[in-house]
Ligand binder design. Structure first.
Ligand SMILES: CCCCCCCC(=O)SCCNC(=O)CCNC(=O)[C@H](O)C(C)(C)COP(=O)(O)OP(=O)(O)OC[C@H]1O[C@@H](n2cnc3c(N)ncnc32)[C@H](O)[C@@H]1OP(=O)(O)O
Length: 186
């Protein structure tokens, strides 16, 4: 991947929360109406994410017809959203609430509608409230049983996430939510 994103030296290792999900467990949606991971979002990405080992998670997504940009191709904003979401879910392994400050996407290869994508993401480390995350996307078979990372690598991303206090960060927006968990500032 040809990213120009700079990951600082000397990051602190991220700590997985003691009660984090076991590897292979499905990561819960933080909000059922979330465009990225919410099962009830009508035109959402419906990312299906699983906890991995250490500070890693994986996720899968079908490139639906309504994700079209160029003729027959995924829209770049959809791929960006998917990277944003899967890296945001990765941060949940730490048991903190964090929002994206910087998203850097490498659109390495064209991705056609109907493709299945597998995302692999890991937390690289932390620095004060900053969390650095890296992700890659591969094409996988329609049966989803290809083992994941053996398909063609079609994209990559880095994200900088900032830990926030949800009771403060979502205080004013929460009333506009179609659904919001109490942990986000009831
Ligand atoms: C709840 C889970 C939802 C998951 C959904 C998927 C993820 C998302 O899409 S979140 C939605 C998109 N993101 C947003 O809406 C965030 C909007 N931005 C903000 O609210 C603020 O800018 C926010 C919270 C990121 C940072 O503001 P603030 O809390 O004041 O941070 P601040 O004190 O300025 O900075 C903290 C550190 O981050 C760094 N930082 C902040 N923003 C940036 C940036 N854009 N670039 C580089 N560094 C930054 C600062 O330099 C500082 O670093 P250091 O510790 O070295 O001094």
């Amino acid at each position: 991947m040809k990213s120009t994103f700079v990951v600082p030296d000397g990051l602190e290792p991220a700590q997985r929360r003691s009660d984090a999900l076991a590897p292979g467990d499905r990561m819960p949606s933080h909000n059922p109406m979330c465009f990225g991971c919410g099962p009830d979002a009508p035109n959402g990405l419906h990312l299906d994410a699983r906890a991995g080992e250490g500070m890693a998670i994986t996720g899968e997504m079908l490139v639906e017809p309504h994700f079209e940009g160029g003729p027959g191709m995924i829209h770049g904003g959809i791929l960006s959203s998917a990277f944003d979401e899967i890296m945001g879910m990765n941060v949940m392994l730490m048991g903190v609430t964090a929002v994206t400050a910087v998203l850097d996407v490498d659109f390495a290869k064209p991705i056609q509608l109907g493709s299945r994508l597998r995302f692999s993401t890991e937390i690289l480390g932390t620095q004060r409230r900053k969390i650095y995350v890296r992700a890659v996307a591969h094409l996988i078979d329609g049966d989803g049983n290809s083992g994941g990372d053996t398909g063609e690598e079609v994209g990559g991303a880095h994200g900088l996430f900032i830990i926030v206090d949800p009771s403060v960060h979502f205080r004013e927006s929460r009333a506009k939510s179609q659904f919001a968990s109490p942990e986000f500032g009831a």
